[in-house]
Design a protein around this ligand. Structure first.
Ligand code: XIL
Length: 674
C-alpha cells in the first residue's frame, strides 16, 4: 500500500504500472447506485482529462461537487464579470457521465472576491450584490444542480459568525440567501453547510436553533450539510452523530455528509490506515441509517488531490485513494458499508425514527386587543388570526371525510400567557343529554406545554369543565350554539416563539351516540391521552428557543392487490384503504378553509400499495372543470408529492387527463371517470 508520497503526481509522471483500480467486487459507484446514494467527491475540473483522475472519478462516484470553482472568487471575480468556465465543465462532465452535482457554495465568508471584501457597502447595496450573485449563479445552473450549499459556515462557536454579510446585513442575510436561491432555482434542494457540527455539541445546538427558526419562518431550507472533516487525533462518537442527525431529521430536514475526509498525523502507518478504514466505514454506516442522508461526499479524490497537506501542518493521507489512485484500506471500509448496509439496531430505544415528518405548526398570532368573550365574534375582534378548518373525523378511522352532519372552523390568538379561541359551528341538532360528558356535542382543546398535558371540554352553551386542568379557563357560547369564544390561561409565561402540542375537536351527537368528532389533523381520536397532537406556534420573537414541531399521525396506505386503474372506483376494489378529506386551502394563507359557494371544491383521497407500486384515488367535487390555462399547475388538477428515502418526486394529473410529464417521472398510469 502506497501512501508515503504526498506531493501531487502530475499526469505525465504517473507511471504506466498504475491504472484505474478495479477488482472482482462492485465498484463504489455500483454499490452506491444500489443504495440510491449520491456518492460524490469534491473535484478539480482541470484534471478530468487525466486518465487516472477521470477514470477513478467516473468509475467510483455517481455524484460530485466543486472543490473551489463555484466559489465567489472564481465564479464572480468582478462585479460585472462572471467566469463560469470551470463550473460549466463540472456540469457537462456530470451530464456526460450520468452523475448528480452538488453546488458548493453560494454565500461564504471565505474565498470571496476582492471587489466584495474591499468595498464599504451599505446594507441595501450588499443585499443587491447578493441577489445579483445568487440569481446569476443558481440561475445559470437551474434544474442541473441536485443541491446547493446555499450558506456555508455562518456559525462561529455558538454564535453567528461576524462575517461581512452578517456585519452589513444582519443575521437576516441567511434567510434572504435561501429565499433568493429558491427563487432562482426552485427545483434545487437548499442546504445550510458547516464544520464541527456532526455530533451533539454547542455548535450543532446553535445550528439546530438557527435552522429551526428558519423553518418556523417558512424559509425554503431543505437540509443541513455536515462537512465532517475528521482528524484521527480526536476521538469521535458515532452515537452522538446519530442522535444529532436524528434531531435534524425530526425537523423534516435532510442531513447530508458533504465534505468527509479523515486526516492523520504523518508518517502513515498500517495501523493508522486500518483505523482510518474503520472511521470511513462507520461514517458511511451512520449515513445509511437515515434514508434522508442520501448524499455522502468525500473531500478530494485521492491523496494527491486533497487540501489537507497544504492546509494542516504535518497531517495528510485523508482520502480513500492513495497518491497513485490506488485504493487504501478506507476504500474497502466504505465498500463494506455500502454493500452490507448499517448493522441492525433492532430494539434499540435510541434508534432514530426517521420516517415520520412534522407538518408546519398552526399559528396563534399575538392579539392587538384582547377579544371580549360574549359569544359574538365582533368586527375586527379576531382580526389577524388565521381561520382553520376542522375536517378530519377521527371517530371514523376508516373514513375520515366530512360526515355532512357537522362542520366548523377555529382561530387562535394570544396575549400574555392567555390563549383566546374562536369556534364557529354548523350543526342542525344540538344534543347535550348524555351522562358521559364526552359523548355530547362538545368542543375540546388539548395542549402539551413542555410535557404538561392539558385537556378542556365545553358542552354547547356551557362553560368549560375541567378535565385535567385546574387553571383559569372560560367558554362563552352564542345562544344559537354557532359561535364559541374561549380563553385559557396557560401554565407557562413568555409564550412568544413557543411551540406547544395542540389539538382542537368538535363533537356531534344527535341523540343516539356520537357520530363525528372533527379535528384539524389526521389521527385516531387518541389526543385525549396526550399523544398525537399537532403543534401550535405562538407567533412572535423572543430569545426563547422554540421546541421541535410535533409529528402528527401518519396517513396510511393499505396493502392491496388487484387494483385496476380505470376511473371506476368500487369499495370492493379499494377494500381496506382509509379515505381522507382534502381539508386545507393552502392558496389562501389567512383562511385555510375549503372554498364554498362560487368556488366550490371538495374531495377525498385514499392510497394503497402493492409491490413497489403506489395506487391512489381522488374523489373530486367541483362544479366547473377547467383545464385551459397555459401553465399546467393553474388548471384543475391533482398533484402528488412523494419523498421516498430522500428522493423527492412531484406528479400532476390535470382533471380528465393523464399524468403530466415532469422531471421526476416514474412508471405511471391514471384514469378518470367520465
Ligand atoms: C477548501 C478547498 O479544499 C481548498 O482547496 C481551498 O484552498 C480552501 O477551501 N470547508 C469548505 C470547503 O466548505 O469549501 C473548503 O475547501 C474546506 C472547508
Amino acid at each position: 500500500m502506497s501512501g508515503a508520497g504526498l506531493t501531487e503526481v502530475p499526469a505525465t509522471e504517473v507511471k504506466a504500472e498504475y491504472s484505474v483500480f478495479t477488482d472482482d467486487g462492485p465498484s463504489l459507484r455500483e454499490a452506491a447506485d444500489a443504495r440510491g446514494l449520491n456518492f460524490g467527491v469534491a473535484v478539480i475540473p482541470g484534471r478530468f482529462r487525466q486518465p487516472l483522475y477521470g477514470g477513478t472519478l467516473i468509475g467510483n462516484f455517481n455524484s460530485m461537487t466543486a472543490e473551489n470553482v463555484m466559489k465567489w472568487q472564481t465564479i464572480h471575480p468582478e462585479r460585472n464579470r462572471y467566469d463560469f468556465s470551470e463550473a460549466d465543465q463540472i456540469i457537462d462532465f456530470a451530464a456526460e457521465n450520468g452523475m448528480t452535482v452538488r453546488g458548493h457554495t453560494i454565500i461564504w465568508h471565505n474565498q470571496l472576491a476582492k471587489w466584495v471584501t474591499d468595498t464599504q457597502w451599505s446594507r441595501d447595496e450588499l443585499i443587491e450584490v447578493m441577489r445579483e450573485h445568487i440569481f446569476a449563479v443558481a440561475g445559470r445552473y437551474k434544474g442541473k444542480i441536485l443541491a446547493w450549499d446555499v450558506v456555508n459556515e455562518a456559525i462561529d462557536g455558538s454564535n453567528y459568525r461576524k462575517s461581512l454579510f452578517y456585519n452589513v446585513i444582519g443575521p437576516e442575510y441567511i434567510a434572504m440567501a435561501f429565499r433568493m436561491a429558491h427563487e432562482a432555482d426552485p427545483q434545487a434542494r437548499l442546504y445550510y453547510n458547516d464544520y464541527g457540527v456532526s455530533g451533539l455539541g454547542a455548535k450543532s445546538d446553535a445550528m439546530y436553533a438557527m435552522v429551526k427558526e428558519l423553518l418556523d419562518d417558512g424559509v425554503p431550507i431543505h437540509g443541513v450539510g455536515l462537512q465532517t472533516h475528521m482528524s484521527m487525533q480526536w476521538d469521535f462518537s458515532y452515537d452522538s452523530m446519530r442522535r444529532n442527525m436524528a434531531r435534524f431529521v425530526d425537523l423534516g430536514l435532510k442531513v447530508d455528509l458533504t465534505e468527509v475526509d479523515v486526516r492523520m498525523e504523518l508518517p502513515v502507518t498500517n495501523e493508522k490506515l486500518a483505523e482510518q478504514a474503520d472511521r470511513y466505514k462507520r461514517l458511511m454506516e451512520t449515513c445509511l441509517e437515515f434514508p434522508t442522508c442520501d448524499t455522502f461526499i468525500i473531500w478530494g479524490l485521492s491523496d494527491s488531490a486533497s487540501w489537507i497537506e497544504y492546509t494542516f501542518n504535518g497531517m495528510g493521507s485523508a482520502t480513500i485513494f492513495d497518491t497513485h489512485y490506488q485504493p487504501k484500506p478506507a476504500f474497502f471500509g466504505v465498500r463494506e458499508a455500502l454493500v452490507n448496509g448499517p448493522p441492525a439496531r433492532d430494539g434499540d430505544p435510541d434508534a432514530p425514527v426517521v420516517q415520520r415528518r412534522a407538518v408546519p405548526p398552526f399559528i396563534a398570532s399575538e392579539a392587538a386587543e384582547v377579544p371580549v368573550l360574549d359569544g359574538a365574534a365582533g368586527e375586527d375582534e379576531w382580526g389577524g388570526g388565521i381561520v382553520y378548518p376542522l375536517g378530519f373525523n377521527q371517530l371514523s378511522p376508516r373514513d375520515l371525510r366530512d360526515t355532512g352532519s357537522v362542520a366548523g372552523t377555529w382561530t387562535a390568538v394570544y396575549k400574555g400567557n392567555t390563549l383566546y379561541g374562536l369556534l364557529t359551528r354548523e350543526d342542525d341538532i344540538t344534543y347535550t343529554g348524555d351522562r358521559s360528558s364526552w359523548e355530547n356535542d362538545t368542543l375540546e382543546v388539548f395542549f402539551d406545554m413542555n410535557g404538561t398535558f392539558v385537556q378542556l371540554r365545553t358542552l354547547i352553551g356551557q362553560d368549560f369543565q375541567a378535565v385535567s386542568y385546574e387553571g383559569p379557563a372560560r367558554a362563552v357560547w352564542s345562544d344559537d350554539g354557532r359561535v364559541c369564544e374561549f380563553s385559557v390561561v396557560l401554565p407557562d409565561t413568555g409564550l412568544a416563539n413557543m411551540l406547544c402540542g395542540w389539538n382542537i375537536a368538535l363533537s356531534d351527537n344527535d341523540g343516539s351516540g356520537r357520530t363525528a368528532q372533527l379535528y384539524p389533523v389526521n389521527g385516531i381520536n387518541d389526543s385525549y391521552t396526550g399523544v398525537n397532537l399537532g403543534s401550535l406556534k405562538f407567533e412572535g420573537t423572543s430569545p426563547r428557543p422554540p421546541e421541535a414541531a410535533r409529528i402528527t399521525y401518519p396517513f396510511k396506505a393499505a396493502a392491496r392487490a388487484g387494483i385496476t386503474v380505470d376511473g371506476n372506483w368500487s369499495a370492493a376494489e379499494w377494500g381496506n384503504t382509509v379515505s381522507y378529506p382534502f381539508l386545507f386551502n393552502q392558496l389562501n394563507p389567512d383562511n385555510l378553509c375549503p372554498p364554498v359557494d362560487d368556488a366550490d371544491l371538495s374531495g377525498g383521497w385514499g392510497i394503497a400499495w402493492d409491490g413497489i407500486t403506489l395506487y391512489g384515488y381522488v374523489h373530486r367535487r367541483d362544479d366547473i372543470t377547467y383545464t385551459g390555462a397555459a401553465d399546467s399547475w393553474e388548471n384543475d388538477c391533482v398533484e402528488v408529492f412523494i419523498d421516498a428515502a430522500g428522493t423527492f418526486a412531484q406528479h400532476r394529473i390535470p382533471a380528465g387527463k393523464d399524468w403530466e410529464d415532469m422531471p421526476s417521472a416514474g412508471v405511471r398510469t391514471a384514469a378518470w371517470s367520465a
